[in-house]
Design a protein around this ligand. Structure first.
Ligand code: PMP
Ligand code: GLU
Length: 398
């Protein structure tokens, strides 16, 4: 066999997806596993959305749609951007894709050339670095500090900008840290971004999952120049518990939107017609279920924070959004239990899975080896049991 493309060696399987799949398999085999790995709401898609989609199937809405998505859905998204984010987009500048993940991949393919640098604040969502590498770009990882709630400061940003810097990826609320940037913080970053004329890929997928009175701000709403250079990424996966439907979108300037549409017309053409119908009603109608789920996530966040606060040796920032908490567990590195020796976050993740049946993703997957990520997108009983197991495992190592 001839050699595969270099590209095939660059791409690694998503660590979050891999661990979740492995844990689910163990559970299926009858093992007692608490899964706090999955970044996916455990709620079902609200009924009004499902009913609308069923109706669309029955009416035969089963054919190809435009590559960019249906006009109705793109109009519904334009309305959402105005209503929720105070942003005026022509519906033609919105491209619907197979999840926010494809929207990010599309964007990178359109804006990044071989050797271009893309600034990625760390900890970051696993997929960013892989996709940047896949398109030939160079991820420039900027380490942030737990003391700053893992948020990038303007100084940290400016220090890493070079003539090759093309773009920055921002994610607020953040996976894995749960941090939320305030208006002032975004303005300060925005000044540097404008000065250096960078593109911003603003991943706002956790917009609706936000606590403590924090308000989600899109950096594109800060100035006309930032709007021109920002590609907003969002979707229904997390807000409406619709991960499996695969609907995300990008909103950008017209030139970028046209290129993304052309690219997608060659790649996947479009996301499923029925899923587009479902997303359309999700954006148009509000039956209170998004807020109901948010409230439930907040209760779970309170519980997990309360439980983690009672564990010695770890430190963490209080997540104000998303459904993850990312404690620093490095105190337990270089500790032993029987034939186990914990060197890093991968070892600890393995130890948790093997010894106490708890699946949590190693921090190194997100570029921060001192931490481990728990998803609390699972019911309170699982959270209580999961964190009790975590405590028990750490005590074994003391
Ligand atoms: N961005 C972040 C930060 C995420 O955690 C996820 C989760 N999968 C995505 C994007 C992709 O979402 P989607 O399911 O819409 O592809
Ligand atoms: N975004 C989720 C996570 O971080 C889902 C899995 C994935 O796409 O990475 O766990």
């Amino acid at each position: 066999m001839k050699q595969l493309a270099k590209r095939a060696n660059i791409i690694k399987p998503s660590a979050t997806v891999a661990l979740t799949t492995r844990a689910k398999l163990l559970k299926k085999e009858g093992k007692d596993i608490i899964i706090m790995a999955a970044g996916e709401p455990d709620f079902d898609t609200p009924d009004y959305i499902k009913e609308y989609a069923i109706d669309a199937i029955q009416k035969g809405f089963t054919k190809y749609t435009p590559a960019e998505g249906t006009v109705e859905l793109r109009m519904a998204i334009a309305e959402k951007l105005k209503r929720d984010n105070n942003l005026e987009y022509d519906w033609k500048d919105i491209v619907v894709s197979n999840g926010a993940k494809q929207a990010i991949a599309n964007t990178l393919m359109v804006i990044i050339d071989e050797g271009d640098e893309v600034i990625i604040p760390s900890p970051y969502w696993v997929t960013y670095t892989s996709l940047v590498e896949l398109v030939g770009g160079k991820p420039v990882i900027v380490k942030t500090k737990i003391e700053n709630e893992f948020k990038l400061t303007p100084e940290e940003l400016e220090k890493h900008i070079t003539p090759k810097t093309k773009a920055i990826i921002l994610n607020s609320p953040s996976n894995p840290t749960g941090s939320v940037y305030t208006l002032e913080e975004l303005k300060a970053l925005g000044e540097i971004i404008e000065k250096h004329d960078l593109f911003v890929i603003s991943d706002e997928i956790y917009e609706k999952i936000i606590y403590d009175g924090y308000k989600h701000i899109s950096i594109a709403s800060i100035s006309d120049k930032l709007k021109e250079n920002t590609i907003i990424i969002n979707g229904v996966s997390k807000s409406h518990a619709m991960t499996g439907w695969r609907v995300g979108f990008s909103a950008s300037n017209s030139e970028i939107a046209k290129k993304i549409a052309a690219l997608q017309s060659q790649l996947s053409h479009h996301t499923a017609s029925i899923s587009q119908k479902a997303a359309e009603i999700a954006f148009l109608k509000n039956d209170g279920s998004v807020e109901k789920m948010r409230k439930e996530f907040e209760k779970r966040r309170d519980k997990i924070v309360e439980m983690l606060s009672n564990i010695e040796g770890i430190k963490f920032n209080i997540p104000h959004g998303a459904f993850y908490v990312f404690p620093d567990v490095s105190y337990f590195y270089r500790k032993r239990y029987k034939n186990w020796y914990i060197k890093n976050s991968l070892d600890l993740s393995e130890f948790l899975l093997e010894k106490v049946g708890l699946a949590a993703v190693s921090g190194i997957a997100f570029g921060e080896d001192s931490c481990i990520r728990f998803s609390y997108a699972t019911n309170i009983d699982n959270i209580i049991e999961g964190i009790n197991r975590f405590k028990k495992a750490l005590e074994m190592l003391l």
